[in-house]
Design a protein around this ligand. Sequence first.
Ligand code: KIV
Ligand code: ZN
Length: 535
Amino acid sequence: MENIDKNRVIIFDTTLRDGEQALQQSLNHKQKLQIALMLEQLGVDVIEAGFPISSPGDFEAVKLIGENLKRAVPCGLSRAVDKDIDAVRDALKNCERYRIHTFIATSDIHVQDKLRKSFDDICEMAKAAVMRARNYTDDVEFSCEDAGRTPIDHLCRMVETAIKAGARTVNIPDTVGYTIPSEFGNIIKTLFERVPNIDDAIISVHCHNDLGMATGNSLVAVQNGARQVEVCVNGLGERAGNCSLEEVAMALRTRSQYFGGLYTNIVPTNIARASQMVAGICNEKVPPHKAIVGSNAFAHSSGIHQDGVLKNRNTYEIITPESVGFKENNLHMTARSGRHMIKSRLNALGYSDDTFNLDEVYRRFLELADRKGEVFDYDLEALLFFTHDMQEQTQFALENLNVMCGGKGVIPTASVKMTIGSETITESGTGDGPVDAVFNCIKRLTNIECKLLDYNLSATSEGMNAQGQVDVVVLYNGRKYYGRGLSTDVIESSALAFVHACNSIYRAQIIEKEKEQGQAPHGEGFIGKDTVAQP
Ligand code: KIV
Ligand code: ZN
């Protein structure tokens, strides 16, 4: 086994797998790559990039992330079945180092009612899966799904079996967030007491937050010997979410003495940006009261508290906002700012030169600055995601639009001009409101008759001239597609979001056609996100 300092707690991030599977809409592979590169800068040790067998998109994303990580270990998830394990290997085989994470449920309710097998069968499947994965890579992790509700004798037997078969990391998930810290700590302690080969693997934990115990359970686990914690940025994840990366990292850091010197490789000053980026890309706002990264996490409201903080910050602040990377932005980015300023701002935000196209970003920055005046960091980052997205949006592009609405008896009417392939066409139409009228025009222009399921408008920066971000989810041929638009004009943001979704539908149609003709990568064997029960 690799020699790891016994006080180091490995941070295994599953924002792109457990976190992503809980989102309303899937992320595209460029968005995933952007998050993965940021996680690497944050100091995450292992990045679970996806579940390759679940869809061609996930397969490609895991592959792309594996090819681009320099330090963090890329990992893909698989059920304990051959084709899943082979899909992870296929996605990551070109990486110098990679991890296969295979899992099977071990609790009575899952074994009997979900898998309809005996525990002996499950042990055999786990053993075979780990051995198959070990043929491909030394770095194999095995998870006992629903370990929190697994009878301890069964759990001990399963952990011993997995380690004997070659698992280097054995994960003990509290899949349904059922356990209480003292109870979960005891499970980990018992494993260390009773599993004879336990020192041959790293014990990991993966706690869900259904009862709000995820961070507490993870911390008590490390006090009892676990040395890997599985986390998501902002605590994203199935249902109530996973253990939050920032909470574990900052608890271990802030209370280092209490935890006997345990530490992680997380760079605390990158936490705020990671949180904001994940919130922005995933369109999952951070609750204001969220520990460490919420907008209220460092705000002091009551007079007594304010008085105390003014006299000595430590009276009511156990960590400073600066220590997790919240800082005043003193740089004013306006239309007078040069390319160099934008480049150095992006670099300061953690983007290396090879992750963006400066010409394109700068062109779009000037367009925005002309319309908006001052551009903020958050705008710039949003612009960067759009530069990435734009590279994919080749079929449909919005040229301009006009709307007429308001007043009694006026029927909202829109006229939309778009480039469709190499043609530029204009279409007019009416609707229940100006946005509906615009969407009706776009549907006719693109010939994509999709149904709007969700529409969300939010401001991505402060002040009167903030940019309005529109996120839409549409349904087309039984599948959901996501689109986002950003502009200082909310009708334009809406149109851009709808066009974005239409481009995704268009690309999906092309992939479908290629699959039918046998050209798409791994056209066969995918289980499909809509049809498989995600872990
Ligand atoms: O919650 C869970 O049990 C999981 C496993 C796949 C690790 O996500
Ligand atoms: Zn999980």
